[in-house]
Write a protein that binds this ligand. Structure first.
Ligand code: NAP
Length: 273
């Protein structure tokens, strides 16, 4: 069994991004908007900033109060869309309840949408056109698969989770690479049977979902889930010890998809339109 080393591969991607940024005449500038003071969001934003510094990308964090109005946030996004020196805009999720997340995402210029969440970028992905940006987590997973030469074409891929940020774009990206894709979710019947068919299994749920010897021999198992268990330990969706007896490749938590997501976001942030 081979452990997919997200720390090492992400470092390689970040080095390539740094080289690209060094050679650019016009430097990228990523603006991250954070609303409220959710502790997890603060950690994510800090990690993104650290990575940006590491690769020489200018980054600015705009902090807004948790009671900010939707209009104020939309106005800020419009202002940033128009600013020539801002090349990437990212709104850290989740947002407080008075703000419609979809309105906010839709307001971001697709040319600055480094998360790849706007309808234009999602639409392009789904009709097989090149989006300006691919969503960071699935793109990072594809980078990891490619780095380890894991074949995608013709393989059976099973994705657990259908979020707009991971499950759905992951399915589309694997489909675009000619995998046969099954998407599972909380209402899926016979989840275990579906998991057993997977040459490539991607789990993005946020709780222990792949527990026993469910996975196919020599399959590639990607664990996107990350949360703290009852002991406060960071963990993922996959029961690593059981699954590693049959999987061919497995991504650990931490040190798998997490660092790849950050590297992939920096890869996007170094793109200027
Ligand atoms: P999400 O919006 O929280 O959705 C979770 C998905 O899991 C939903 O589609 C849900 O189905 C499905 N689900 C829940 N219980 C299930 C069950 N018992 N069986 C099958 N499916 C079930 O998902 P997300 O935002 O994609 O996040 C998922 C996990 O990935 C979280 O732990 C998050 O922290 C982590 N994450 C990690 C990274 C990273 O960079 N490492 C990036 C993004 C997310 P329904 O749609 O039917 O409700």
């Amino acid at each position: 069994m081979i452990v997919l080393d997200g720390n090492a591969v992400s470092q390689k991607v970040l080095n390539q991004v740094r080289e690209k940024v060094t050679a650019l005449d016009r430097k990228p500038h990523l603006v991250v908007i954070m609303v409220g003071d959710d502790p997890a969001s603060k950690v994510y934003v800090r990690n993104k900033q650290k990575a940006a510094w590491q690769v020489g990308i200018r980054s600015t964090v705009i902090e807004m109060e948790s009671d900010v109005s939707e209009m104020e946030l939309l106005d800020k996004i419009c202002e940033l869309n128009d600013k020539k020196d801002v090349t990437g805009i990212l709104v850290q999720l989740p947002l407080p309840p008075q703000i419609d997340k979809n309105k906010v995402i839709t307001a971001i210029s697709p040319l600055k949408d480094v998360d790849g969440f706007t309808p234009e970028n999602v639409g392009k992905l789904s009709i097989g056109l090149e989006p300006y940006f691919y969503p960071a987590t699935p793109q990072g997973i594809i980078m990891l698969l490619d780095e380890y030469n894991i074949p995608i074409e013709g393989k059976d891929a099973v994705i657990i989770g259908r979020s707009n940020i991971v499950g759905k774009p992951m399915a589309q990206m694997l489909l675009n690479r000619n995998a046969t894709v099954t998407i599972c979710h909380s209402r899926t019947a016979d989840l275990e049977d579906k998991i057993k068919t997977a040459d490539i299994l991607v789990s993005a749920v946020g709780k222990k979902i792949v527990r026993c010897k469910m996975v196919k021999n020599n399959s590639c198992v990607i664990d996107v889930g990350i949360y703290r268990d009852s002991n406060g330990q960071l963990t993922g969706d996959i029961d690593y010890d059981y699954v590693s007896e049959s999987a061919g490749f497995i991504s650990p938590v931490p040190g798998g998809v997490g660092p790849m997501t950050i590297a992939s976001l920096m890869y996007n942030s170094a793109k200027i339109y």
